[in-house]
Write a protein that binds this ligand. Sequence first.
Ligand code: XMP
Length: 331
Amino acid sequence: DWVMRDHIAEAVEAIRKQVGDEEVILGLSGGVDSSVAAALIHRAIGDQLTCVFVDHGLLRLDEGDMVMDMFAGKLHAKVVRVDASDLFLGKLAGVSEPEAKRKIIGGLFVDVFKAEAAKIKQTHARHVAWLAQGTIYPDVIESGGAKSKKAVTIKSHHNVGGLPEQLGLKLLEPLRDLFKDEVRELGVALGLPPEMVYRHPFPGPGLGVRILGEVKKEYADLLRRADAIFIEELRNFRDEHTGKSWYDLTSQAFTVFLPVKSVGVMGDGRTYDYVVALRAVQTSDFMTADWAELPYALLKKVSGRIINEVRGINRVTYDVSSKPPATIEWE
Ligand code: XMP
């Protein structure tokens, strides 16, 4: 599409002009906005961009490898992968209150990113002068309005302000004027796979807020496998009328780990294992949301697969609460 091609050419030119021969660091999360920003900036300045991907150990199944395959493998971008999962899990041990968990994850994320950025600044020959962020237009509006203050006190996000100043870097935000659907179109035009660009949102604290109470590696491993089955079947099952997958028919869908044990039977024996809840919602703004009326056949397939394939989980429930009064996440 010509309009998009012009748009890319213009954005690329603007980035080259702004950055000159200096270098840029970008925090890659695997989410849509940082991915599209990375792809665009890489198109403009190639190896003058270094992406930092912090793996906090609370990502979905194989997510870290997928991010590396895409950006380092296919796009040939410079990506530093920081495996900080032991650090995060260590600091989260014994902590069960949701906001306390968010603060720990957000704070550590900033620390790890800062340390990595400092290393890059020291070792690179050229002047590292820019911090790139995938800020989009709705974020710009939100951070000026009253809405964001409320959002921040209700749930602290980890896109913390002040990072560029602390790092002594200038801010590069090439998506600042774009709405979400424009960012998605741009991503596809830049060659990112549609499955990546049209992904459901994923919270910064990741599985940290989808494991109720204390986060443990054992729980995260079980949850990752159960959630991967749910997402795979949502992508497989299509609505007969529209032909769309149930993944595309829902706004957000995920699995929640409940650290309680319930009794089951398997063969001649009794099991005493963990429970998960499936959550799927439809919403236009995430401020209110309806639970999705998923087909029974889909729910049946998912619960059967999780219980048979994920040893350690013997019961699957479906969350039929809408927002408000429930929230989308469980924490
Ligand atoms: P709730 O649970 O408040 O979620 O109905 C609304 C939307 O916000 C996402 N969410 C978060 N995103 N950091 C994030 O980056 C967070 O701490 C966080 N908490 C909730 C949630 O996934 C949903 O899309």
